[in-house]
Design a binder for this molecule. Structure first.
Ligand SMILES: CC(C)(COP(=O)(O)OP(=O)(O)OC[C@H]1O[C@@H](n2cnc3c(N)ncnc32)[C@H](O)[C@@H]1OP(=O)(O)O)[C@@H](O)C(=O)NCCC(=O)NCCS
Length: 295
């Protein structure tokens, strides 16, 4: 028989995640994600504790991200993050120290970032979760998130030749590309795209017939939109040709079967399946769109 919630609940203190927490929160994040991935035979999201510390450090350092850390008896036990960059907020990565899991800490960390979104009058909150992760699926569903799309996480295949219709996104492209994003995603991601340009995250755009027909920020934190499947695949495979293999990834919504087939035909490979979950109003995006690990 399972324990009543009151017996297993940890006495948790929630505080804003700070630079002095990064090292320990990075370790927790690495170990928690590795533990669940190992259980299911998938590669870990964070290849090393060092990389997890880098990601957590980056999130904690950003003004447009709110991070919350959980403390049990003064000891760090987990953390969670929410982006406030654009009108839709994305949650993650959430992790709870393996030694503290199953004691309601994950639920409290989720509620804390949802409350933060509400306090900032953000109605639309979204996330992606690993389809194999029955715990996080149940946690998010019980908090009010609905599954909107099954999504494939793809390892991109490098294009065999240069494509001169594809070039880096520049500051002057932001307005036009955001129009395309609004048309397809039904929501602006302008600030995110601008941040990717400034941070050197190598967003690429395609210019065809005298106009911009799509863009992609490659990698797990990237996203993209395009006028056609051909534009999306051409940009993605060109990104794989130009970038180190560790950054040659993107997501494909599986309800667009024809886009998925186009990626497969280009040699891209499915790493795992995820679910895009949403809380609050949701407008169905129009093809072609590729989410980030946040939404
Ligand atoms: C997912 C994670 C953050 C949950 O944190 P946690 O503190 O262990 O979870 P909680 O004790 O708050 O449980 C919250 C809910 O999760 C669900 N849950 C937890 N373990 C579960 C399991 N083994 N099976 C099904 N549901 C489970 C339940 O709905 C539970 O609520 P309930 O017991 O009141 O019904 C934690 O397991 C973790 O760090 N995992 C590794 C990293 C990760 O997977 N992050 C999410 C990526 S999508």
């Amino acid at each position: 028989m399972s324990e009543p919630a009151s017996a297993r609940s940890a006495d948790v203190q929630l505080v804003q995640a700070k630079p002095e927490h990064v090292s320990e929160l990075g370790r927790i994040c690495y170990e928690a994600f590795k533990d669940i991935a190992d259980q299911h035979g998938f590669p870990p999201d964070f290849p090393s504790a060092r990389f997890a510390r880098f990601v957590i450090g980056m999130l904690v350092g950003r003004q447009d991200v709110y991070g919350v850390a959980a403390l049990v008896d003064g000891e760090l036990a987990g953390s969670n993050y929410i982006s406030l960059t654009d009108p839709v907020s994305g949650i993650g990565p959430i992790s709870v120290d393996c030694a503290f899991q199953g004691r309601d800490i994950g639920r409290k960390l989720m509620q804390a970032v949802i409350d933060h979104a509400r306090a900032n009058r953000i109605e639309r909150v979204r996330l992606l979760q690993d389809a194999f992760n029955t715990a996080s699926l149940s946690l998010y569903a019980s908090l009010g998130f609905d599954v909107k799309h099954a999504v494939a996480y793809l390892r991109l295949a490098p294009a065999s030749a240069a494509d001169h219709s594809i070039r880096p996104v520049e500051e002057r492209d932001l307005d036009v590309l955001d129009q395309l994003c609004l048309r397809n995603y039904k929501s602006s991601r302008r600030n995110e795209l601008a941040a990717a340009v400034h941070a050197g995250l190598s967003p690429l755009a395609r210019q065809r017939d005298g106009r911009l027909t799509g863009y992609l920020i490659p990698g797990v934190f990237g996203h993209g939109v395009a006028e056609s499947e051909q534009d999306a695949v051409a940009i993605a495979c060109q990104a794989a040709r130009l970038l180190p293999p560790a950054r040659a990834f993107c997501f494909c919504p599986l309800d667009n079967g024809s886009l998925f087939r186009a990626f497969l035909k280009a040699g891209c490979r499915t790493v795992k399946m995820m679910n895009l979950m949403a809380m609050g109003p949701y407008e169905q995006p129009a093809p072609v769109w590729m989410p980030s690990v946040l939404y």
